[in-house]
Design a protein around this ligand. Structure first.
Ligand code: ZN
Ligand code: ZN
Length: 170
């Protein structure tokens, strides 16, 4: 029987710009957001960021080393950005809500980003005025409730991480 958390076509792989840091993701994303908030714009120097959230234990660093950089998240908590020590490319982040239990992997660092399907575009209220939004993907001025968007199997994975976090994990 196929495990619903498996990724169609096998594990996802990715890496940094210099090639020193390589990683593999072995579970399908819980959710994938394209975020146009001002913090993401500053952190990336671009219009927005695309993050896929997955259980951190399913993300393996295969080579290279990472350095951690702490900035403030929208909630005021610590947002930890993990970057290749050699070239500084941001590979994934830990956000306050899930801590180190959940990784927000930067989809642009995947070898084949097109294999990941976007669930939502968020914080469109602060998008750059000439940025076009997709018509076939839900867009939100700020955030959304995962319960109204995610299928039950993915929602239950998110809820499990939130419960672990509430119990002191991460
Ligand atoms: Zn690098
Ligand atoms: Zn953002």
């Amino acid at each position: 029987m196929q495990d619903a958390t498996q990724i169609a076509g096998g594990d996802l792989s990715g890496g940094c710009a210099c090639g020193a840091a390589r990683y593999r993701v072995s579970r399908a994303p819980i959710f994938v957001n394209n975020c146009h908030c001002r913090r993401c714009q500053v952190q990336t120097g671009s219009t927005s960021v695309v993050n896929m959230f997955v259980e951190a234990e399913s993300v393996d660093l295969l080579s290279g080393t990472l350095s951690e950089h702490v900035v403030k998240a929208g909630s005021g908590g610590d947002h930890i950005i993990c970057r290749c020590t050699a070239c500084g490319t941001a590979l994934w982040s830990y956000y306050p809500r899930l801590g180190r239990l959940g990784a927000g992997v930067r989809v642009g660092t995947l070898d084949d980003p097109a294999r990941v399907k976007l669930d939502a575009v968020i914080f469109t209220a602060s998008k750059m005025p000439w940025t076009a939004l997709p018509e076939d993907i839900p867009c939100f001025e700020a955030t959304y409730s995962p319960a109204e968007l995610l299928p039950p199997d993915r929602l239950s994975r998110l809820e499990a991480l939130i419960a672990q976090r509430a119990a002191g994990g991460g």
